[in-house]
Design a protein around this ligand. Structure first.
Ligand SMILES: O=c1ccn([C@@H]2O[C@H](COP(=O)(O)O)[C@@H](O)[C@H]2O)c(=O)[nH]1
Length: 244
């Protein structure tokens, strides 16, 4: 199991930018604010491993959000390479199944055998994307039942595979914790401070509501990156989290 990093805080900032210079600009605006930095596919495909190493050298905890979903052997190799970057957290899709998720753990462990100075990253699984609504799930995706049932079922699979937690919407946190235990981590995007644009997200709560639901980490992108003052936006979110 990986370790829960209290000092990085419970806010994860999604650095969804097309180029590292834009990400660097935001990072300098947020200097001193306790948060994880989340690198997703847009920035990773632009900045690659070097940018992840740069964030680590600045002292940030890094969540590499590449959502691996492939055959077990390929995911194992991907997890081994990702772990060698020294990231604190990475993820896979729970839809890949138990064998694929366990392979991610094996890959991470192999990286640690090669380099003993590395620590085991937290490995989590995406359940149902927070952009998915009930109609989409039952209609175009073709999965019966409620979104919550689908999310909890994926969470149980992820736990069975030995993962540390899941990505879900804050609306499903209490059901996940009830079924998988309080120490099974929930990382929740779909966070929208009151009055902010919902955009392509479907299952949302405010930062304060998410904390009230018992989530471990909230992931926030555009409400910070597109704000007139990203620093003020981040500070307000942290304040709201503390008040709950
Ligand atoms: O189900 C998921 C999984 C990942 N994400 C990621 O979180 C951030 C959210 O950004 P916002 O701008 O706050 O909407 C983004 O990087 C997504 O790729 C998610 O939203 N939902």
């Amino acid at each position: 199991m990986g370790t829960f990093n209290q000092t990085a805080g419970r806010l994860m900032v999604a650095l969804d930018y097309p180029a590292v210079d834009e990400a660097r600009k935001l990072i300098s605006l947020l200097e001193g604010i306790p948060c994880y930095m989340k690198v997703g596919m847009q920035l990773y495909y632009a900045g690659g491993p070097d940018f992840v190493r740069e964030l680590k050298s600045l002292g940030y905890s890094v969540f590499l959000d590449l959502k691996m979903h492939d055959i077990p052997n390929t995911v194992k190799g991907g997890a081994k390479s990702i772990t060698q970057l020294g990231v604190d957290m990475f993820n896979v899709h729970a839809a890949g199944g138990v064998k694929m998720m366990s392979a991610a753990r094996e890959g991470a462990k192999e990286a640690l055998e090669i380099n003993s100075s590395l620590t085991m990253p937290l490995i989590i699984a995406v359940t149902q994307l927070t952009s998915t609504n009930q109609g989409m799930l039952n209609g175009e995706i073709g999965i019966p039942g409620t979104v919550e049932e689908a999310v909890v079922s994926y969470a149980e699979l992820s736990k069975k595979a030995g993962l540390d937690g899941v990505v879900a919407s804050p609306l499903e946190v209490s059901a996940i914790k009830e079924r998988c235990g309080l120490d099974f981590l929930t990382v929740t995007p779909g966070i929208r401070p009151r009055g902010s644009e919902v955009g392509d997200q479907s299952r949302t709560l405010t930062p304060g509501e998410a904390i009230q639901q018992g989530t471990d980490y909230i992931v926030v992108g555009r409400p910070i990156t597109a704000a007139p003052s990203p620093r003020e936006a981040a500070e307000q979110i942290i304040e709201e989290m503390k008040l709950k």
